[in-house]
Design a protein around this ligand. Structure first.
Ligand code: FE2
Length: 127
């Protein structure tokens, strides 16, 4: 199982641990066979919901000023995941597999490098 790429570590333990968990599930999703794709995708969605909720709770505790914008990004990402989950469940597995291999990783990387690393910078300034 591949690990979170070195350049995606932000240096805050709680954030990095969630990102490692996401990355492991993301790799599992890309590598899994069609017959288990929906169940692995469900694991990714469940993880992501919990991951975002924990991150948002941390943002509240830290009184992070960009919380609203960050939450909007989370909301859009979950809507997109649910859209492709519906496609997969309605028999269009191809669309969901293309999303998993072409789009999801790019989204995660961009979100992490822009938004999560900004939040990490604020978290670190408190410690
Ligand atoms: Fe985030």
């Amino acid at each position: 199982m591949s690990k979170l790429p070195e350049n995606l570590y932000v240096g805050v333990g709680s954030i990095d641990a969630r990102h490692e968990e996401f990355w492991a599930l993301f790799e599992k999703l890309k590598a899994c066979s069609d017959d288990v794709f929906i169940s692995v995708f469900e694991e990714v969605v469940a993880h992501t919901k919990a991951h975002f909720a924990e991150e948002e709770a941390d943002m509240s505790s830290a009184e992070y000023p960009n919380k609203h914008e960050h939450e909007q990004e989370h909301k859009k990402a979950l809507e997109e995941m649910n859209y492709f989950m519906d496609k997969a469940k309605s028999g269009k597995l191809f669309f969901a597999k293309a999303y998993a291999s072409d789009r999801l990783g790019d989204w995660f990387r961009t979100h992490l490098l822009n938004m999560d690393s900004d939040f990490a910078r604020v978290m670190k300034s408190y410690n």
